[in-house]
Design a protein around this ligand. Structure first.
Ligand SMILES: NC(=O)c1ccc[n+]([C@@H]2O[C@H](COP(=O)([O-])OP(=O)(O)OC[C@H]3O[C@@H](n4cnc5c(N)ncnc54)[C@H](O)[C@@H]3O)[C@@H](O)[C@H]2O)c1
Ligand SMILES: N[C@H](CO)Cc1c[nH]c[nH+]1
Ligand SMILES: [Zn+2]
Length: 828
């Protein structure tokens, strides 16, 4: 931040009257004013310098004054060279502006010396010809009265504007000045242009006024209402860019209604905006609102998250826990009216300290650290196959490797089923016995969200399904395709067959009355899964559709999931995930309706809980199938595009660390496979979920085979959830597929299409269960009832066979039921 002028004020309180300049100089005439200056430094957006040239540093009291100022937000002190000499070993040179500093060191600022070479120095002065000195890069010290004085008939010729214009350079042919607009946290809002006239207008009106290249003076927000309060003007290091620091009103700076022309805010700024908004208008049921109202809960969460951050060791975990802690800490700040800018100002003041405390922790925390926990052994660094950080699949040549080695590569990442069952059983039991209370408690424990109620009933509030137009259209297109494909599977017609004369057997479908759809939400929220489960349920005619999905960290459901629930007419959404959600739907709770069948994929806890409840005859609850961690097997040959192959492998690898991807390379050279490896590494590094991908690829393999037949044998043995064929004449080979959840045929059929929009279902059997299970389809939501009509003639045809078989089984009552009829009809 550079200002061509330093405004000098006589009294500390005058600092607040300095208009838009980023640096002020306060004379310290009495020690009593120190407190006043320190208080101002906390508020003032710019930098405060203090003129101490009348003081000395001869006694401890005076040294204390110097340190108190520099430790509490004052950027620099103007001192005589004698004082500088006395305090040089206690205060960094860069914080002193030395009067008569002709012989001072290079990095020092000097005051009142107009002949020094500038170099790295900054020169301040009450110059006789300020504009000339400003043009040379010097900073003119100007009295406040002088600065605010309007010259007679001045127009733009106020001292303020003159000083800025004297300092600025422009190489634009139109003579305009490039101007960056930021908020008070230095976040860029947009790029505009200024002229002398627009700067004068901005200063006169105290608002954002710029020079439009087409339309002349531009009073920002005059028509849109998105006005700006001008806070400060600054120049960049070489004075060819002006910076307007503003407070933006309305929807934002950009004409597209975003905060900035570089898009919506992200990260901390976005979080802060959400928190202020929740504070002002949080809807009932908002978790953040609850935090604002329940001081104990908020404080407990801060302590809990701090503990979890201390316990975290991996990069992912640390980032995760730190983010949680920041969220709760910022919620507390916003509750008490403290903004991010306030926090950052505080950090800046702390950074300006010249003396530091030792920084030891308080005794009670030191004690906790040493008694409660032994320091954890550092965890092994995450696996990365070849140690040089490259993301590379293992490679095995099936033509030379042993059978055992190949089988090892085709093993899924180990799932400790006994361990998982031990974890899941008490969770399921707790929900069965304690109902809603357990659901709320377990959601707090595993998902770190404290809910008031675990269920959201239809009709769902419109404000919970705010989604962009593009996403709405995408959901609608996918919905239509999934519906079309699943309607075609619907066996609405009764099947009728006359097996022999007078014996008509029929079969007809009926919907399962109440179905539970589990939508995963742990590592990624999957609104697409809500479509894959609920659209077939709708097509099948299920009476009640119940959704369950873990809430986000803010206690809210993903709006896209709510939109789909609304679209299919779901009865309610259970805000829970994991085993607890499955148990709630299987047994029912005070507010969760008991479901007849539970569908949907999930992590190991979800899959284990589904198995558990489906085996409990008290639950009377069926499940679709074991649909666990995603997997893909790609069969590729030398005609495949390495980028396509890599992208397909990565699209499943990014699902989770327990996902697995296999490449079977048919008759490919090492050089050809290297190209795929190279593409995997290159593309992976661009992915936000690269750390997940890295771990998944570490247990994934490329297997080289000689022929297509070998490739299909291997694939059928593995029975992948997804099978992708990137081989020549791919369609021709589909006949060879015996075991797979879903097949993607040819170069332009990426698995992502099936995941979202083509119409096939993405809830598919994993872990080799594709050998005996189908993926979710319309019949998953139906049961089939058979019926028969046997006429007298029919009884004549099959009666004897029935009686003879019943006799073999020794079941005479069965035999009699036929015999009695046959006798009356006179057949026997
Ligand atoms: N096969 C398919 O058709 C298919 C489709 C989509 C997704 N998937 C898979 O679904 C999985 C989704 O997993 P996810 O974790 O992202 O979401 P998830 O919703 O399945 O699981 C998250 C829940 O797990 C519970 N949980 C987390 N840690 C726990 C612990 N230590 N003890 C007990 N419970 C705990 C929490 O309650 C949390 O809400 C992924 O593996 C993905 O590959 C499969
Ligand atoms: N590929 C997953 C099934 O294994 C489904 C999915 C949802 N969203 C993205 N992918
Ligand atoms: Zn996927």
């Amino acid at each position: 931040m550079v200002s061509p002028i330093l405004v000098s004020v006589a009294q500390p309180r005058d600092v607040l009257s300095v208009p838009f300049v980023s640096e002020v100089l306060v004379s310290l005439k009495a020690a009593a004013a120190v407190q006043e200056i320190v208080a101002l430094a906390k508020e003032y957006l710019g930098q405060i310098y203090v003129d101490w040239t009348l003081g000395s540093a001869e006694n401890d009291n005076e040294i204390d004054i110097v340190l108190a100022l520099l430790n509490n937000g004052v950027s620099g002190l103007f001192v005589t060279s004698a004082v500088a000499e006395q305090i040089r070993n206690r205060v960094p040179n860069a914080r002193l502006v030395i009067k008569d500093g002709k012989d001072a060191a290079e990095n020092i600022c000097v005051f009142g010396e107009t002949e020094v070479k500038i170099g790295k120095r900054r020169v301040f002065g009450y110059f006789e010809q300020p504009l000339q000195q400003i043009a040379r890069g010097y900073t003119a010290v100007i009295e406040l009265d002088q600065l605010t004085k309007e010259y007679e008939n001045a127009g733009t010729k106020t001292p303020f504007v003159e000083c800025y214009v004297a300092a600025m350079n422009t190489d634009r042919p139109d003579g305009l000045y490039t101007t960056l607009v930021t908020d008070s946290r230095n976040q860029a809002l947009g790029l505009v242009y200024s002229s002398k006239k627009s700067i004068a207008e901005a200063i006169r009106t105290g608002s954002g006024v710029y020079q439009s290249r087409k339309h002349g003076l531009w009073y920002k927000g005059q028509t849109s209402g998105a006005t700006q309060k001008l806070l400060q003007l600054e120049l960049d290091c070489d004075s060819d860019c002006l910076k307007f620091v503003v407070e933006q009103a309305g929807a934002g700076f950009c004409h597209l209604d975003t905060a900035s022309c570089f898009g919506s805010s992200k990260g901390l700024a976005a979080l802060e905006a959400t928190l202020w908004d929740r504070k002002a208008n949080a809807p009932e049921g908002s978790y953040t609102k609850r935090l604002f109202e329940d001081e104990k809960l908020l404080n407990a969460k801060i302590r809990e998250e701090a503990d979890e951050l201390v316990e975290a060791t991996s990069k992912d975990e640390i980032a995760w826990e730190a983010a949680d802690l920041v969220y709760f800490a910022l919620a507390r700040c916003v509750k008490y009216g403290v903004s991010l800018a306030d926090i950052e100002r505080n950090l800046d003041i702390k950074a300006l300290k010249v003396t530091r405390r030792k920084g030891d922790a308080k005794a009670k925390y030191v004690e906790q650290e040493t008694t409660e926990k032994k320091p954890e052994e550092p965890k092994e660094p995450k696996e990365s196959v070849n140690g040089d950080g490259r993301i590379v699949m293992n490679r095995v040549d099936a033509t030379t490797a042993s059978k055992e080695d190949i089988e090892k590569c085709l093993q899924r990442p180990i799932q400790k089923s006994a361990d998982i069952m031990n974890l899941v059983t008490p969770i399921v039991e707790k929900v069965r016995i304690e109902g809603d209370a357990a659901l709320v408690e377990l959601t707090a424990k595993f998902d770190k969200v404290q809910l008031n109620s675990p269920v959201l009933n239809a009709p769902f509030p419109a404000e919970m399904m705010h989604i962009s137009e593009d996403v709405r259209k995408a959901i609608d297109i996918s919905f239509a395709n999934i519906k079309t494909f699943h309607e075609a599977q619907n066996q609405a017609e009764t099947l009728r067959v006359e097996t022999c004369p007078g014996v008509v057997c029929s079969r007809f479908a009926r919907p399962i009355e109440r179905v539970g759809c589990y939508i995963p939400g742990g590592t990624a929220v999957l609104p697409s899964t809500s479509l894959m489960l609920s659209v077939p349920a709708l097509v099948a005619g299920c009476k009640d559709i119940v959704f369950a999905s873990p809430p986000g960290k803010d206690g809210r459901l993903t709006p896209e999931v709510v939109y789909v629930a609304h679209k299919v007419g779901a009865k309610c959404i259970v805000l829970a995930g994991g085993a607890q959600a499955v148990a709630a739907m299987a047994y029912g709770t005070e507010s969760v309706p008991k479901c007849d069948k539970i569908m949907g994929p999930g992590n190991q806890f979800v899959t284990a809980a589904k198995m558990l409840v489906s085996n409990d005859s008290n639950a009377m609850c069926a499940i679709d199938m074991p649909a666990g961690p995603s997997e893909v097997l790609v069969v590729a040959d030398k005609y495949a595009d390495p980028d396509f192959v890599a992208s397909d492998l990565l699209s499943q690898a990014e699902h989770g660390v327990d996902s697995q991807v296999i490449l079977i390379a048919v008759d490919m050279t090492s050089a050809e496979i290297d190209k795929i490896d190279e593409a995997v590494h290159r593309q992976a590094l661009q992915l936000p979920r690269v750390e997940i991908v890295r771990q998944c690829i570490a247990h994934s393999t490329t297997i080289i085979v000689n022929s297509y037949d070998e490739a299909f044998d291997m694939s059928n043995r593995y029975a992948p959830e997804h099978l992708i064929l990137q081989i020549q004449d791919a369609e021709k080979w589909v006949d060879k597929v015996d075991n797979a959840g879903s097949v993607f045929v040819g170069a332009y059929s990426p698995e992502s299409c099936g995941d979202y929009s083509s119409g096939t279902n993405h809830t598919l059997p994993t872990y080799g269960y594709a050998r005996m299970y189908s993926g979710v389809n319309t019949t998953t939501f139906q049961k089939f009832i058979t019926s028969q009509v046997v006429t007298k003639e029919g009884l004549k045809s099959i009666g004897k066979a029935v009686m003879d078989l019943a006799a073999v089984e020794g079941l005479d009552a069965h035999r009699n039921a036929v015999k009695i009829r046959m006798e009356k009809l006179g057949y026997i």
